[in-house]
Write a protein of this length. Structure first.
Ligand SMILES: C[S@@+](CC[C@H](N)C(=O)[O-])C[C@H]1O[C@@H](n2cnc3c(N)ncnc32)[C@H](O)[C@@H]1O
Length: 262
């Protein structure tokens, strides 16, 4: 029977090497920060998972916060970041609210919000994704930046549809079976895990669903939430996404002066 997402999975996430992607995104984001000459004092990582990106950002001296819906993922992050003073909040997108940092002339809020490893593909309707963008907007300082990656439909069609991924370690094994619904642009991954507990093996299954959105829709939703789209790339590059790109990275900015009514 499927269970809630990223609960028992949290205990094996880093051991499976799933944290490596976040580390690569954190390094790529540091290149983006340099490219756009962004000054970061306060940053927030959405869907921060086990806190790998926060750990890398912490080394740069940024003040940090993270949010995630999973208490178990946050508990792993809390242990990893025990020596750092980072605020971790259990919150669920699309709507969330946490205390805003800073108190300067420009206004309160984060300088940078990030979200990595297709976390925003978990927003299964345009309303939810736009809602998440609006929540991010409210947490940014005027002029603040938002950097995130998302899987494209090409990724769900090619890397997910009908594919089975499996591996086995001494005390851990997993089998992931994926399906794709082309009409809805959604993919399901039934992820079954086997974890050795002493002399027996524990088995559990989580079903993850992601939705892909055309690039034009992502940009339109960002603009509807009040953002300027400052970069839209084939992830890990500074080139526009090709038709066959599996992952995009968006760089959006909250205008210094908001439009009336926002
Ligand atoms: C693929 S993991 C990525 C974790 C981390 N960003 C990384 O790169 O390793 C997706 C994360 O999104 C979180 N998540 C999924 N849906 C969410 C929601 N609606 N609100 C908050 N967090 C969510 C999950 O709990 C999980 O930690």
């Amino acid at each position: 029977m499927p269970e809630q997402l990223y609960r028992r999975f949290a205990t094996v996430y880093d051991r499976m090497g799933a944290d490596r992607f976040s580390a690569e995104m954190a390094e790529y984001t540091i290149r983006i920060v340099r490219k756009f000459d962004i000054t970061v004092t306060d940053a927030l990582d959405l869907c921060c998972g086990t806190g790998t990106a926060l750990q890398i950002f912490h080394r740069r001296g940024w003040r940090l916060a993270g949010i995630d819906q999973s208490p178990e993922m946050l508990a792993v992050a809390g242990r990893k970041l025990a020596r750092a003073r980072i605020d971790l909040y259990r919150r669920e997108l699309p709507s969330f609210s946490i205390p805003l940092p800073g108190d300067d002339d420009i206004g309160r809020g984060f300088d940078l919000v990030t979200s990595f490893y297709d976390s925003l593909n978990y927003m299964l309707t345009k309303r939810a994704l736009t809602g998440a963008f609006r929540s991010v907007y409210k947490h940014l300082k005027p002029g603040g930046w938002f950097v995130f990656d998302m899987n494209t439909a090409e990724a769900l069609k090619t890397l997910w549809a009908g594919q089975v991924y499996a591996d086995v370690l001494d005390d851990l094994a997993w089998v992931w079976k994926n399906r794709y619904d082309e009409k809805k642009r959604t993919a399901d991954c039934a992820a079954t895990f086997f974890v050795r507990k002493g002399s027996h093996w524990e088995r559990f299954t989580e079903v993850h669903t992601e939705r892909a959105y055309p690039n034009s829709e992502i940009k339109a939703m960002l603009r509807a939430a009040g953002f300027m789209v400052r970069g839209f790339y084939r992830c890990f590059s500074f080139e526009p996404p090709t038709r066959h790109a599996y992952r995009i990275c968006a760089v959006a900015q909250r205008p210094v002066r908001s439009r009336r009514g926002r």
